[in-house]
Design a protein around this ligand. Structure first.
Ligand SMILES: Nc1ncnc2c1ncn2[C@@H]1O[C@H](COP(=O)(O)OP(=O)(O)OP(=O)(O)O)[C@@H](O)[C@H]1O
Ligand SMILES: [Mg+2]
Ligand SMILES: [Mg+2]
Length: 584
């Protein structure tokens, strides 16, 4: 390790950016300028000018949309994605240095990670566990023998001048991911589309650059050589929506099997999209990829960090390529960039080919041999896949609507689902005396409370999810009391908020001490309450009666709950009395 070098040396590593490097330019405002002919003279008042600009922008957008719609039929889009995901490991790929990135910059490094002369790679076998789990979850064939190669390029984020990757013989091949309509694929893809995965390979991550000033970049090498998997799909995606759905699904799968650190939002996963178009009904394109021929020239948009960016960047790049081709131009093989909020991709550099990278087998790293015993034990312990979980949750046992089942699975890396199961288990034990139908209906009620009531509080207060915010036991008791009509819905919500704010009294005790248990109102009390709200709102009563506006009854129920004694008015009973008094 580098401790002996003195941490100051490494922590202050920074390099000066070559001033002649092309600077990123902002294209975000480009379409705010109206065409030259419409340009507004200086003396036009600002408000009018802004109005005209907004009008020009709208008409430009409309034109683009119309062009896009018209060309949709005429042009076929093809997309292949590459995902880079950080494996959840303790050490780096070829050294025992820690993968923790939260420590001070440049503190987690071994000599090899910085390519010090004389240092040697030492493959860390434990990183294979999450890597193989991910590949199995993606239905890949794990290769008994695979090898590492050097991919050469020169940039500040890679100290050795090459990245160690698996180019010729990756450790996993021939997988697939199934995307369903509920994953958000484009309607034209029907109920299900299968995207084949060409391979999954192991490789090193790069250092993190941070702009310090326009001419200076700071470098943090903590991330360098963090083990990554690169997942490469075949060019079989034909719409931007399906591409975004594919990235979302790949992320969900590798997260659900515990293979990777975090999702895109926290930077643990990044996507590159490769985009080409070809005119339908014309001679097939000249390009091919791994047996798929007839493709157009691809460009690659690197480093997308959100699903929306994936979709937006593909739309923009597709439109750009169509515009170029329709005006007689040719598409260059390029690496392009995408800035959040932008409307255009922008050229970064010409696309490197395998020749530019001068791939060569790494002579310092022996072949990777993966034994059957390791494989079968990993297969046996692979957690249930998201699709299988979904089938279970919407199936006859849980009977959840798909709109609830999906977020339950996807939220908080599976922690929300685990919490839901805890609530359900406790609830089942509290409800042993109830009939099967009641107990079954509570599974749906519980998901509603976990997702919408508790989830709503979490979102409103912008808190990170934590199972202890409201212990599963408390929520289960709350639902149990509600189901037994011992408290009203509003009381249950009130108590939930109290627990959310930190009250740790057991629910039965809390209800008792705060005098929140339902003391049912008598029929006479309901009638008196209803009559008083009716008397105060004669016009609304008239509207309900004359125009049959029954929806307004709900408003009266709300009034009764507000004016009645807290926690004692039950909505169904209130509505019943209102119907009797107003409608009969
Ligand atoms: N003509 C094409 N149109 C659209 N996508 C394509 C086309 N040709 C290849 N692809 C996609 O481009 C990706 C190529 O990834 P691969 O890692 O094999 O090569 P690369 O992009 O040159 O490598 P890297 O970017 O890692 O240096 C795949 O996802 C593939 O499906
Ligand atoms: Mg690649
Ligand atoms: Mg690529």
């Amino acid at each position: 390790m580098l401790r002996s070098l003195g941490s100051g040396t490494l922590r202050s590593l920074c390099i000066r950016r070559n001033r002649s490097l092309p600077r990123a330019f902002s294209s975000a405002t480009r379409y705010l300028e109206p065409p030259a002919a419409d340009r507004v003279p200086d003396r036009v008042p600002l408000r009018k000018q802004l109005k005209q600009e907004a009008k020009a922008l709208r008409s430009h957008k409309r034109q683009r949309k119309e062009t896009a719609e018209a060309s949709k039929e005429e042009w076929e889009l093809t997309v292949g994605v590459e995902i880079h995901a950080q494996l959840d490991t303790e050490t780096k790929l070829f050294s025992r240095a820690s993968t923790s990135t939260s420590d001070v910059p440049n503190s987690n490094l071994a000599l090899f990670d910085l390519a010090f002369p004389g240092s040697q790679p030492v493959f860390q076998a434990a990183i294979l566990l999450p890597a193989i789990r991910a590949a199995l979850a993606l239905n890949c064939e794990i290769q008994p023998v695979s090898r590492f190669d050097r991919k050469h390029y020169f940039y500040q984020d890679q100290p050795s001048g090459y990245q160690i990757t698996q180019y010729y013989e990756p450790f996993a091949r021939n997988g697939y991911v199934d995307l369903y309509d509920y994953d958000g694929i484009a309607p034209e893809d029907g109920e299900r589309v299968r995207i084949n995965i060409k391979q999954v390979q192991l490789e090193q991550d790069t250092a993190k650059s941070q702009e310090y000033s326009p001419t200076t970049q700071l470098l943090d090498f903590n991330r360098v050589s963090h083990p990554l998997i690169e997942i490469i799909t075949m060019p079989q995606i034909h719409t931007p929506e399906t591409a975004a759905a594919c990235v979302r699904k790949l992320q969900a799968i590798v997260l659900s099997c515990g293979a990777v650190t975090t999702g895109m939002e926290l930077g643990g996963l990044r996507a590159d999209v490769n985009v080409s178009v070809r005119r339908r009904g014309e001679a097939p394109g000249e390009h091919q990829y791994d047996g798929i021929s007839g493709l157009g020239q691809r460009t690659e948009i690197k480093n997308l960090s959100s699903f929306k960016a994936v979709e937006d960047a593909i739309i923009a790049e597709k439109n750009r390529q169509i515009e170029v081709l329709e005006s007689g131009g040719v598409i260059e093989g390029e690496t392009r960039g995408w800035a959040i909020g932008s409307s255009e991709t922008r050229r970064l550099r010409g696309k490197e080919g395998s020749v530019d990278y001068r791939y060569m087998p790494d002579p310092d790293i022996p072949p990777l041999i993966i034994g059957e015993d390791l494989l079968s034990s990993l297969k046996d312990t692979l957690p249930t896949a998201p699709d299988a979980l979904l089938t279970l949750l919407v199936g006859s046992e849980f009977n959840l609507p798909i709109e609830d089942a999906k977020p339950l699975i996807e939220l908080d890396n599976g922690a929300r689902l685990e919490y839901y199961h805890d609530v359900v288990d406790i609830l089942r034990s509290l409800q042993v005396d109830q009939d099967d139908k009641t107990r079954a209906s509570l599974l749906r009620v519980a998901s509603n409370w976990v997702l919408h009531e508790l989830g709503g509080l979490v979102a409103k207060h912008d808190r990170a999810w934590d199972t202890e915010i409201v212990p599963a036991r408390s929520l289960a008791h709350l639902i149990d009391q509600l189901q037994r009509n011992l408290i009203t819905g509003p009381t249950a919500k009130l108590v939930l908020a109290t627990i959310f704010d930190g009250d740790r009294r057991p629910v039965p005790q809390l209800l008792e001490e705060e005098n929140l248990l339902l003391r049912p109102l008598s029929r006479e009390e309901y009638v008196a309450l209803a009559e008083s709200v009716i008397a105060m709102n004669p016009q609304m009563v008239e509207q309900i009666r004359s125009k049959n506006q029954l929806g307004k009854l709900g408003w009266f129920v709300g009034q009764m709950m507000r004016t009645g004694e807290k926690g004692r008015v039950e909505a169904p009973k209130a509505e019943q009395i209102l119907r009797e008094l107003i409608l009969s």
